[in-house]
Design a protein around this ligand. Structure first.
Ligand code: HXC
Length: 272
């Protein structure tokens, strides 16, 4: 079995659970896949690139984790439905959906076409909604293969960009604001009707992720602490531990919240 010796959680906190993680082949999604697997879950990872999925699955399996990689684009409802169905066929049930798939690039509003804006909302916001919608019947109490008393749960990966405003991120800020709103609405409605907990995580800059490579070019690093004194990067581990807390029974009374895991960064103000 995979080692979780670097984790404060017992290695069986997700024993017997099945998780589907969109964007699970790289970055934060892969960190969550690895730690969920190391704590007993079987993981299905969804992504657009076959090679990325194959490499990720090989890595997970080498750690003793039950893993499959499913190609698909969260913008396509038929892909979402097929990936959910395949997860059920393969692992028999679905307990945890993690919406980690996201798209991003830096652009000023002046240079960003409406289609560019829409593309990011389609991936982040509509994609999150679509996956939740397709997964619902399996996440419900009594869903196929599940213990009749156990409801599933959803984790949406968000950001802090929209708490204030972020340069060159009008599209992602709008998209993640919608994700947070979806988190609250589903927490209310599916929490009431089906006992499904729906929460989010808003990460800061995380080492080794496509997000950090795209958004924080190396040359910006030395300047950044001048205006963001709390700036320090986190690790994929930090986000995975928050995800484990929210996905395990430790988080059983948490519903409808988006947990900020950024070292306090979004509170930063220049010293004066
Ligand atoms: C301006 C751009 C652009 C850029 C694309 N577009 N890149 N506009 N600057 N750099 C515009 C295009 O011109 C086009 O509009 C529209 O967006 C769609 O572009 P496509 O290339 O056709 O889209 P697609 O191939 O589907 O690619 C989606 C993508 C791409 C989002 C544009 O970057 C992608 O696939 N990324 C996935 C991986 C990723 O980004 N991961 C990082 C996640 S990090 P027109 O009008 O020309 O047709 C993350 C962190 C968020 O999410 C929080 C940070 C703190």
């Amino acid at each position: 079995m995979a080692s979780s010796s670097s984790s404060p959680f017992k290695d069986d906190v997700l024993k017997g659970k099945v998780a589907l993680i969109t964007g699970g082949g790289s970055g934060i999604g892969f960190g969550i896949s690895t730690h969920f697997g190391a704590h007993g879950a079987a993981v299905a990872i969804m992504g657009r690139r076959r090679q990325v999925l194959d490499d990720a699955v090989a890595d997970l399996r080498s750690k003793g984790i039950l893993a499959i990689g499913l190609e698909g684009d969260v913008r396509k409802q038929e892909d979402a439905a097929r990936v959910v169905e395949t997860t059920i066929k393969h692992f028999g049930k679905l307990d945890i959906l993690v919406n980690g798939a996201a798209g991003n690039f830096l652009s000023s509003p002046e240079d960003l076409s409406p289609n560019g804006f829409r593309t990011v909302l389609d991936i982040d916001s509509v994609g999150t909604y679509t996956m939740c919608h397709e997964a619902l019947k399996y996440l419900k109490k009594g869903g196929q293969g599940k213990d009749p008393s156990a409801a599933g749960l959803i984790l949406n990966i968000s950001a802090t960009l929209h708490y204030t405003a972020s340069w060159y991120q009008i599209h992602v800020s709008a998209a993640k604001a919608a994700v947070d709103s979806i988190t609250r609405s589903l927490a209310l409605e599916w929490g009431t009707d089906y006992d499904i907990r729906v929460n989010g995580i808003a990460p800061g800059p995380i080492e080794g992720t496509p997000g950090l490579r795209k958004l924080n070019p190396e040359e910006m690093k030395s300047k950044i602490q001048e205006y963001m004194p709390l700036y320090k990067t986190g690790e994929r581990w930090d986000i995975a531990m928050a995800a484990l807390y929210l996905a395990s029974d430790a988080g059983k009374y948490v519903n409808g919240t988006t947990m900020v895991v950024d070292g306090g960064l979004w509170l930063s103000r220049p010293r004066h």
